[in-house]
Design a protein around this ligand. Structure first.
Ligand code: CUA
Length: 152
């Protein structure tokens, strides 16, 4: 009887130790996940703080039914012109209803919303002609919101 009781105590100690080990291991895993998540989220929350090279800002205005690109010198165009290998920040908004800036070949997609500026960072190394489409049903001319992006 005494023996059984002592064995039971040993089992309890082992279970207690396992329980504590599980809690500690789980806490460490969660702490690790929290740290790497915060690092990742900081990149999303504050992209400008991560940019160490010079860049050019181009304002992008979506409207029913087209796109307007406004360059730092004040000039504008309905085709987007970029220099290859150069970093750009596109500040994207809309004059009227919700549109969406979508360049499938470059993996770029973000909403264009009136009253808000959504930012996309772009650097294209391969010269050529890319296609920008609107990816948000925005009215009868939605299908016509297709323009070129020329990278030279
Ligand atoms: Cu703009 Cu669809």
């Amino acid at each position: 009887m005494k023996r059984l009781s002592s064995s039971r105590t040993d089992h309890n100690k082992i279970f207690k130790a396992l329980e504590i080990a599980t809690i500690v291991a789980t806490s460490l895993i969660l702490a690790y996940l929290a740290i790497i998540s915060i690092e990742g989220l900081q990149v999303l929350w504050a992209p400008s703080t991560q940019v160490s090279e010079p860049y050019t800002v181009i304002k992008v205005e979506a409207y029913q039914f087209g796109w307007r690109f406004i360059y730092p010198n004040g000039s504008s165009s309905s085709t987007l012109y970029l220099e290859k290998g150069k970093l750009y920040r596109l500040d994207i908004t809309s004059r009227d209803v919700a549109h969406a800036f979508f360049v499938p070949e470059l993996g770029l997609k973000i909403d264009a919303i009136p009253g808000y500026i959504n930012t996309l960072w772009v650097k294209v190394d391969k010269p050529g002609k890319y296609t920008l489409v609107c990816a948000e049903l925005c009215g009868v001319g939605h299908y016509a919101m297709i323009v070129d992006i020329i990278v030279e």
